[in-house]
Design a protein around this ligand. Sequence first.
Ligand SMILES: [Fe+2]
Ligand SMILES: [Fe+2]
Length: 221
Amino acid sequence: MRITVLYDNETLKKGLIPSHGFSSLIEDENLSILFDTGWNGPILLKNIEKLQKDLSKVKYIFLSHQHWDHIGGLPDVLHKIHNKVKFIIPSSFTPTFKKSLSDYGELIEVGERPYEFIPGYLSTGEMDTSLGIKEHALLINGKKRILVVGCAHPDVYNILQRSGKVDMLMGGFHDFERIELLGNMVKEKIFPCHCTKKKNEILTFYKNKSQKCGIGLEVGV
Ligand SMILES: [Fe+2]
Ligand SMILES: [Fe+2]
């Protein structure tokens, strides 16, 4: 199983285009899952091409929340993928958005409870914030437990408490402040990506337990 960052505010390799947003590709033996799509489709597709990734194998598209920097690249992706996909989405997505998605594949709508959509791959279930931004995260429960988050608006520590301890944590942690708590819930590696406000502080505080995130980051387990 391999996770590759396709879209991020930063890049780790030359020739890839950084841009505000997040997307990553999870490749397992028989399936690929696209997690979010950044906001700019042409940029996402260029990065995918540069990284030599094959979208035709994508069977599931997991959308963390309905923010432009996570779903904006979707139309270009869907025009590129010709096979029908399954969308793993929070049930709170707007009816108009759900309707447009349904033209391209089956919707798997997740409510507040965790949901295992294929063996070893779970949605944490949607969680709310005081601002009403509903979001769910992807929990991979394989050889390693890996939590992938979009912006973590419901607070990354709350999401970790829902998922339980994990080996790795990747994604945007938004304006999460209590970074000293992360180490209790993440055993091996923290990858602070995208909108994480305390990126540098996390990399300094967890010198041996964190790693810089950016487009081109590949994590294999
Ligand atoms: Fe975001
Ligand atoms: Fe967001």
